[in-house]
Design a protein around this ligand. Structure first.
Ligand code: AHM
Ligand code: MG
Length: 336
C-alpha cells in the first residue's frame, strides 16, 4: 500500500520482492542512481550562480556542443555506478562507445548494464529551464564473468528490467519503474531525501496537450501534419493545447500527469528523428506503457524496435494511449 511519507530508500526495500529476480542488486543499483541524482541536482541548482554553464569545448558523437554540466553529470553517474559491484557496463549519450567495468576481473559477477542520458535537454540550462536524466537498465546477455559486449547493450526495449528519469524542475523528482507500475518521488532539498509523492502514476487515456517542435512542420511526414491539424481543429474536445519545453523529460512528465502526447517525427534533416532509441526513447516507452500509455515510431511499438547501434535514432510518438492510436491511424492513412 502506497504511503506518501515513505522515503525512496524505504520504498525500494519494501518493494524488492515484487521484482522477479530478487537479489537486492537492482535495489542497490536504483539506490546508486538516487545518490548520483542528488549530486547532479546540487550542481544543476548552482548553475545560475556560478560560471559553470557554457560549452566545455568538446563535441559528442552526434557533433553537438557539450555543456559543462553534461560532462559533470556524465562523470558523476559513471563514477557512482562503477563503484558498487552491480554494473558491468554503461552506455551514455556523452560517450562514443560503451564503458566496460572491471572487464579483466573473472570474479566480476556484475550482471546489469545501464544506458543513460546523464543530462537531457541541456541546451535549456543556460536559460534556467528544467532538464533531466534518463536511465534504462538491462540484465546482460553474455556470460557473467566475461567482458561485457555490444550485444549486452543492443537489446530490445521490451527486455528492460527498470527505467526512469530524474527531472530537475521547480522541484526535483525521480520517477521509475521496475515493471510493476510507475512511482514518483520528490526531493526534499532541506534534508536531501526523496519522498514518495506520486504513487502509481498513470497516463490519462485521453489527453488534450500535444508537444512537438512545430518549427519543423514543413518537414514532417504527411500523417503527422494531418494529426497536428486534427489537434488544432475546433471540435467538442478540441483544439488541443500546444506545450513544448524542448526538454523530453519535462514534456513527458507533464503529459503523463495531465494527459498528452509528445512527438519527435522524422524529417529530411532528421531522417530517423532526433531522439536516441536506447537511452531516451526506450526508457520513456517503458515508463509510458507501465503508466497505461503508449509509445511507437508512428507504426511500430518503440520497445519492439531491434537496435543495431548504440546511438541509433528513431521517430518517437509517446503519451496517452488514445492519442498515440490516433497518430498511428493518421500514419496508416496518410503515410510519409
Ligand atoms: P539532447 O539529448 O541533445 O539534449 O536532445 C534531446 C532533446 C530533448 O530533450 C528534446 O525533447 C529535444 O531534444 C528537443 O529538440 P528540438 O530542439 O529539435 O525540438
Ligand atoms: Mg538527450
Amino acid at each position: 500500500m502506497a504511503n506518501k511519507n515513505q522515503t525512496l530508500g524505504e520504498f525500494i526495500i519494501e518493494n524488492q520482492d515484487s521484482f522477479k529476480y530478487t537479489s537486492g542488486e537492482l535495489s542497490r543499483l536504483i539506490n546508486s542512481i538516487r545518490l548520483a541524482a542528488k549530486v547532479v541536482n546540487h550542481e544543476v541548482n548552482k548553475a545560475g550562480l556560478v560560471d559553470i554553464t557554457g560549452a566545455a569545448g568538446d563535441t559528442n558523437i552526434q557533433g553537438e556542443d557539450q555543456q559543462k554540466l553534461d560532462v559533470y553529470a556524465n562523470e558523476k553517474f559513471i563514477q557512482t555506478l562503477t563503484k558498487r559491484n552491480i554494473v558491468c557496463g554503461i552506455a551514455s549519450e556523452e560517450e562514443d562507445d560503451f564503458v566496460a567495468i572491471n572487464s579483466q576481473d573473472e570474479n566480476n559477477q556484475n550482471k546489469y548494464v545501464v544506458l543513460i542520458d546523464p543530462l537531457d535537454g541541456s541546451s535549456n540550462i543556460d536559460v534556467n529551464v528544467s532538464v533531466g536524466t534518463i536511465f534504462s537498465i538491462y540484465r546482460r546477455v553474455t556470460p557473467i564473468g566475461t567482458p561485457v559486449k555490444i550485444e549486452d547493450f543492443l537489446q530490445k526495449g521490451s527486455e528492460q528490467v527498470a527505467a526512469g528519469y530524474v527531472v530537475y524542475g521547480t522541484s526535483t523528482m525521480l520517477v521509475y519503474t521496475t515493471g510493476d507500475g510507475v512511482n514518483g518521488f520528490t526531493l526534499n532539498p532541506a534534508i536531501g531525501t526523496f519522498y514518495l509523492s506520486h504513487p502509481n502514476m498513470t497516463f490519462p487515456e485521453n489527453g488534450s496537450i500535444y508537444s512537438v517542435n512545430e518549427g519543423n512542420y514543413m518537414d514532417f511526414p504527411k500523417g503527422i501534419k494531418k494529426y497536428i491539424k486534427y489537434c488544432q481543429e475546433e471540435e467538442e474536445d478540441r483544439p488541443y493545447t500546444s506545450r513544448y519545453i524542448g526538454s523530453l523529460v519535462s514534456d513527458f512528465h507533464r503529459n503523463m500527469i495531465k494527459g498528452g502526447i509528445y512527438m519527435y517525427p522524422k524529417g529530411s534533416r532528421n531522417p530517423n528523428g532526433k531522439l536516441r532509441l536506447l537511452y531516451e526513447c526506450n526508457p520513456m516507452a517503458f515508463l509510458a506503457e507501465q503508466a497505461g500509455g503508449k509509445s511507437s515510431d508512428g507504426h511500430t511499438r518503440t520497445m519492439d524496435v531491434e537496435p543495431t547501434e548504440l546511438h541509433q535514432r528513431v521517430p518517437f510518438v509517446c503519451g496517452s494511449k488514445n492519442m498515440v492510436n490516433k497518430v498511428e491511424e493518421f500514419m496508416r492513412e496518410f503515410g510519409e
